[in-house]
Design a protein around this ligand. Structure first.
Ligand SMILES: *Cc1c(COP(=O)(O)O)cnc(C)c1O
Length: 412
């Protein structure tokens, strides 16, 4: 039994699946952990306990680790901790330094480079926080931070100032105060649980929190933002689903960036959530060398639909300190959106947004389809570039029939 990944046999190549087609579902396989019992492997607490958390472990498991990655991993615990579940590690292609999975979770030394326009709190959350762990930016809803822990750490995390506590933010949510604030604000009808990852809580703790929120009469709608189904599908147990089901309407937003993340394990976990009646959405972040390509993005969006997940948002990468090496341009994002809308299922098209730097909230950005608009008409173009006119005028008269001259007597 190789319970400790650092003692794993490095002679044994990981079962890096030859991902033939982006939309084919594959299992992540066992890789270095082929000796681990089925029971342990499928136990989410085992996966958490055996995460890769040090540069040395990473190097032992992946001898192809680049010097920039080793140095990044060495420094990670001062900024945003290194953590990769064995399950997710198996999706990394060790022969490809720009592997889209690898780039999301393996630190690089570039994380220590901070451009002058980058920030530690790019969305200005701390300044919109009436009580610790609650962000109240929009009129009718709040972001409720449940924990600072995640199953694995995304290197471009917008909340890395507090997530994993590597930089000493010392985040301690105070549920009593957070709940009291919501109870005292009847305008709050929607509570979004996030973090850190809310699904890292035990079923009991999460049930307790959801019950307390449900007991507030003006809270109409609950949702959870989580990457657990992707990093740790083993956590999505039948017991968890049965518990979540009691709190409808409850939506879940997951976070995927590349079609390879949608394995058979993930598809099954998402299926269990969907079977519990939970509507599923996805949030992606536009990332250089990961998904800044229209074919990859389209495959991801279509594969999400095959997993019963509706693509919700595509985020322009926040200006988080140390993320320049992962950031793709807005021009690239617009080009990708242009290649989605009309070219594939409307359900597969997310809303592309920039979370306004400093705290303005999410602002949708779109390729321009309105070529000209005035009191008489709207000139539009479709996905093929064909131009159409939609007649419109203030008094409802169709365009092309200019308002007839109003004669003097009628004016009286
Ligand atoms: C994203 C976000 C929400 C939810 O926004 P929706 O557009 O309703 O999904 C709420 N609060 C904060 C602070 C957010 O960043």
């Amino acid at each position: 039994m190789q319970a400790d990944p650092s003692s794993a046999n490095t002679e044994e190549p990981p079962a890096a699946a030859p991902f033939r087609s982006l939309k084919t579902f594959h299992s992540a396989g066992r890789g270095f952990w082929h000796d681990v019992s089925e029971r342990d492997w499928n136990d989410w607490r085992w996966q958490m306990k055996h995460r890769i958390t040090t540069a040395e472990q990473l190097q032992r498991l992946m001898p192809t680790l680049a010097p920039e990655e080793f140095a990044g991993a060495k420094l990670a615990n001062h900024k945003l901790a290194l953590g990769i579940t064995p399950y997710f590690f198996n999706l990394i292609d060790p022969s490809d330094e720009h592997c889209p999975i690898r780039q999301q979770v393996v630190p690089r030394i570039e994380e220590t480079h901070t451009a002058s326009w980058e920030m530690s709190d790019p969305c200005g959350e701390d300044s919109h926080s009436p009580v610790t762990g609650l962000v109240h930016r929009y009129p009718d809803r709040v972001l409720f931070l449940v924990t600072d822990r995640c199953a694995s750490y995304c290197r471009y995390c917008t909340r890395s100032r507090l997530v994993s506590n590597a930089s000493g933010y010392d985040f301690h949510p105070e549920y009593d105060k957070q709940i009291a604030y919501i109870a005292a604000h009847p305008e709050i009808r929607d509570v979004l649980l996030s973090g850190g990852d809310p699904l890292l809580l035990s079923d009991e703790k999460l049930e307790n929190l959801l019950s307390r929120l449900r007991a507030i009469p003006h809270v109409e709608f609950l949702r959870i933002g989580t990457r657990i189904p992707i990093f740790l599908p083993q956590r999505i147990t039948p017991e968890l689903c049965a518990m979540l089901k009691k709190f409808h309407p409850l939506f879940i937003s997951v976070h995927t960036n590349h079609p390879r993340e949608l394995t058979t394990e993930v598809r099954d976990a998402l299926g269990r959530l969907a079977d519990a009646g939970i509507p599923l959405g996805n949030q992606s972040v536009l990332l250089k060398h990961v998904n800044d390509d229209a074919d990859v993005m389209k495959a991801l969006m279509q594969k999400l639909l095959m997993c019963r997940v509706k693509p919700y948002y595509l985020y322009q990468c926040d200006l988080i300190a140390g993320s320049a090496h992962l950031r793709a341009s807005v021009a690239k994002g617009l080009e990708i959106m242009e290649k989605l809308r009309g070219h594939t299922t409307g359900y597969a098209v997310p809303t592309y947004v920039i979370d306004a730097p400093g705290g303005g909230g999410k602002v949708p950005i779109n390729p321009e389809y309105v070529l000209c608009r005035n009191a008489g008409r709207v000139l539009i173009r479709n996905f093929e570039g064909k131009i159409f006119e939609y007649p419109e005028s203030a008094d409802g008269r169709p365009c092309g029939q200019p308002p007839k001259e109003i004669s003097e007597p009628e004016l009286v």
